[in-house]
Structure formats: structure tokens, C-alpha cells
Design a protein around this ligand. Structure first.
Ligand SMILES: *Cc1c(COP(=O)(O)O)cnc(C)c1O
Length: 459
């Protein structure tokens, strides 16, 4: 079924040129990059769908707000404007700005996580996971099983498995769980939303045991819009009121403002507990800056204060989430399977379905990612064996992830429908000559986070 696509609720006043280099130039660029798209020069990319983080287009109101940035070291007007927006939307008693989401996670983990502790979530994003591990903690993912079945069109695939959560808490106990989390939308699980009913249950389970509940809120506005569209009883509730309801369930949140606050840099850490706030401020001063600027310029705080409201605009959210669904539906019509339903910020293409002749050991996700650059100068991101395959520590046998995906993340307000059409057509062309596409092997691979710096050679 073709998704009806609402026209962009903005017109374009400032443009940034992009250029399509020739096929030969793309081939040379690929060779020089060792067939790793992270190593390309951004100017050699026509459409960049590597990430939706910090890559959105700011509005005229945000650019105007930059000019009113107050660069006072302490107590700047910019801070107070951001504080008013944060209190109005999220309703927590205390907050600090941070330079991005992982800085908020670092501070929260530094003050609460001790070696041997456990932090449950539906799925931790990789920086959250790494920050908990860096303090000796064990991040644990307890999402519902449907999250791992790409074909099931469950409306809230980001939901926590409540039975697993209860069993987990019974096993480890309050003393070993400094706080519990949930990620909305669930980025690591395909940008899938969590329902209000599930959020309420999660809050109840944590609070029954006295465990503080923190939300990873990077894409909270997209999650709220999904609730309005999909959850009975919320059809007539505004996205902003849904947001207020969600955050009233929690004791705090971390947020990367580079997502739903539509800024190029920024983050937030909010909480209700006064003692925790005191400890957070001390850690923040050590790592980020004074509590009224937290690692950002005053102008960044102003852009964030405006962007937080723009991210909640329902005409914008309708356009944004339909854009993602539109790209997925164009691909599905061409016989290219994607994770169902489309997530909020990205479309995940099933690379093994497009390249069934390439075994996992030869990286079908990477092969499709490289091919999309070769075909259309489009940059996506492999989420498959390059990122996740690793030898079993005991047997040495190679363990492969369940899915080999090509992620197409959509920057906010940046590309138009014709860019989506071009992307769908490029993948359709690839599908028609899929049998001729070969796999890859490593020529260099570091042990950790190898997808960023590995080099490859075609087989
Ligand atoms: C991006 C992201 C983060 C980390 O934020 P940064 O601003 O990149 O440091 C944390 N959690 C989720 C769900 C994210 O998407």
C-alpha cells in the first residue's frame, strides 16, 4: 500500500548544495575508503542517511534564537529560557544541560552505578550501554520478543517485557539496581515506540521496589506521536500532553537533544531528587562545565529551547513519520523487505533478503551499504555482522547477529520527497542486479567498535 505523504510543513529559504560525483569518482572514493563508508569525505556523498543525530535543519526561529544567546558564564538568560522550556515540557524539578546525550549518561552512571550493579531497560543504546559498563555495571535488555521478528507489525515493538522485568528485579534485588531505564523510541531496536500502558506498568514495577525510573528520551516526541496515532484513548490528546503524562511517571531522564530537539549539539539530564541533583552538579562541573551551561555555548541553549517545542509540533511530526513510512512503503512495493512497521527515524532494509547468496561471514549488510553508495552516492549504515559478529569467548566459534541490516536514517527537515524517491529507485536498481553483487572480507579490523575504522576488500 502506498503511504500518502503530507507535504513538508515548511518552505526552503536557505539551501546547502549537494553534488553527485561521477560513477568513476565514486569507485575511486570507495577504494580509498577501504569500502568503509565512515571513511568517505562527506562532500563525496549525495544523500547522507548515516544518522539522524545532529544532522537536522534548524528553523528560522532557531537561527534567530542563536543571536540572542547570552554567553555569561553563570546564570545566563539563555539558561533561564531553556529552563522554562524544560520545566514546561518535562516537568522534572531539576535539570542540567550537557553537550550531548552520552555526557548525561556518563554523569548519571558516574554518580549512581557501582561495580557489579545492573541497569535494566527495554534496549540500551550503545553509548548508554558503554557508559554503564565503564562504571563496572551490567546493562541488561528486556524488550518484548516481537522486537526481534522483523516481519511482525506490532504497534509498540519497543515495549518492555514486564514478566522478564519482574523476574530480573526478583533475581538481583533493589540494592543491585541503582536505577531502571526505558528508551523511547527504542533506537537499538529499530526506532520502535513504547506504549503508554507499558510505560505505566514499567513505572509501577520499578516504584514498587523503590527503584528510580529514568527515561532515555532522545526521540520522545516521535514516541508520543505514535501513541496518539496507535494507542486507544490517546487519539484526541495532544502530543505535548502525552509527553507530560509520560514524564510524570518517571524520576528523571537523559536526552540527546540532537534528535527530537532538532539541534546540532546538546543534551539534557533531568531529575526530581535533590540529593542526586547535588551530586550531578558536582560531576557536571568536573566534566562539562558550570551547571547553567553544561558544556554548551549560551546560543546552543537558546536553539535547544526553541527546538524542543518545534519537535513537538504535530504537523511536523506527521510529515516526519510519514516520510519514514513513505520510504519503507516504496521499498516494500519494489519487493525489498524492511523491518515492520517502519520506525520513527529510520528504515531498516533486510540485506539478506536482497542478497541471499552472500553468507553472513561475507557481510551482506556491508555489501548492500557499499552498493548503495556505488549506485546512488547514498550513505547508509550497516547494522549487522561488521558491527556485531564476534567469536564465542569459550569455543572461539563465530557468533553472528540475527539480522543483517542496512539502516537509512532520515535527518530532520533536511531532505524532501524526491530524495526519498531517488533512494528507493537506487535500491530497486540494485535489487535487479543483485546476483552480480559479491561479499567482502576484512583487510583491517580493530577488536572493539570495528565498524568505525575497519577496511575491506571485495571478494
Ligand atoms: C543518540 C542517542 C544517545 C546518545 O546521544 P549523543 O547525543 O549521540 O551522545 C543515547 N540514547 C539514544 C536512544 C540515542 O539515540
Amino acid at each position: 500500500m502506498t503511504i500518502t505523504y503530507p507535504p513538508e510543513p515548511f518552505r526552503i529559504k536557505v539551501t546547502e548544495p549537494i553534488r553527485l560525483i561521477s560513477r568513476e569518482a565514486r569507485e575511486t572514493a570507495l577504494k580509498e575508503a577501504g569500502y568503509n563508508l565512515f571513511a568517505l569525505k562527506a562532500e563525496d556523498i549525495f544523500i547522507d542517511l548515516l544518522t539522524d543525530s545532529g544532522t537536522g535543519a534548524m528553523s528560522q526561529a532557531q537561527w534567530a534564537a542563536l543571536m540572542s544567546g547570552d554567553e555569561s558564564y553563570a546564570g545566563a538568560r539563555s539558561y533561564h529560557r531553556l529552563k522554562a522550556a524544560v520545566e514546561d515540557i518535562f516537568g522534572f524539578k531539576y535539570f542540567v544541560p550537557t553537550h550531548q546525550g552520552r555526557a548525561a549518561e556518563n554523569i548519571l552512571s558516574a554518580v549512581l552505578v557501582k561495580p557489579g550493579m545492573y541497569v535494566p531497560s527495554n534496549m540500551h543504546f550503545d553509548t548508554t550501554d558503554a557508559n554503564i559498563r565503564a562504571r563496572g555495571g551490567h546493562p541488561t535488555n528486556l524488550v518484548i520478543d516481537e522486537a526481534f521478528d522483523p516481519a511482525t507489525p506490532h504497534p509498540f515493538k519497543g515495549n518492555m517485557d514486564i514478566a522478564k522485568l519482574k523476574a530480573f528485579i526478583a533475581q538481583y534485588g533493589r540494592e543491585k539496581i541503582p536505577f531502571g531505564m526505558i528508551t523511547v523510541t527504542n533506537n537499538a531496536g529499530g526506532g520502535q515506540p513504547v506504549s503508554m500502558a507499558n510505560l505505566k506498568q514499567v513505572a509501577d514495577v520499578y516504584h514498587e521496589k523503590g527503584i528510580p525510573f529514568f527515561i532515555d528520551a532522545a526521540r520522545y516526541a516521535e514516541n508520543c506521536y505514535f501513541i496518539q496515532q496507535r494507542e486507544p484513548g490517546y487519539e484526541y490528546v495532544s502530543v505535548k500532553d502525552i509527553a507530560r503524562e509520560i514524564f510524570s511517571l518517571a524520576d528523571g531522564m537523559c536526552m540527546s537533544a540532537k534528535k527530537d530537539a532538532i539541534v546540532n549539539i546538546g543534551g539534557l539530564l533531568c531529575m526530581n531528587d535533590e540529593t542526586l541533583f547535588g551530586n550531578v552538579k558536582n560531576e557536571l562541573i568536573l566534566r562539562e562545565g558550570f551547571p547553567t551551561y553544561g558544556g554548551l555555548a549560551g546560543r546552543d541553549l537558546d536553539a535547544m529551547a526553541v527546538g524542543l517545542y518545534e519537535g513537538l509540533d504535530e504537523a511536523y511530526l506527521a510529515y516526519r513519520l510519514h516520510q519514514t513510512a513513505y520510504l519503507a512503503s516504496r521499498l516494500n512495493e519494489a519487493g525489498i523487505p524492511t523491518i515492520q512497521p517502519a520506525g520513527g527515524h529510520a528504515v531498516y532494509v533486510d540485506a539478506r533478503a536482497v542478497l541471499p547468496h552472500i553468507p553472513q561471514g561475507e557481510f551482506p549488510g556491508q555489501a548492500l551499504t557499499v552498493e548503495l553508495y556505488r549506485e546512488g552516492a547514498i550513505r547508509g549504515c550497516e547494522i549487522g555482522s561488521v558491527m556485531f559478529a564476534h567469536p564465542d569467548p569459550e569455543t572461539g566459534e563465530m557468533l553472528y547477529p540475527r539480522l543483517e541490516l542496512l539502516r537509512l536514517a532520515i535527518p530532520r527537515r533536511t531532505y524532501t520527497q524526491s530524495h526519498m524517491d531517488y533512494t528507493a529507485e537506487s535500491l530497486t536498481n540494485i535489487k535487479s542486479r543483485a546476483e552480480s553483487i559479491r561479499g567482502y572480507k576484512f583487510t583491517y579490523a580493530p577488536e572493539l567498535l570495528r565498524h568505525f575504522t575497519a577496511r575491506f576488500e571485495p571478494l
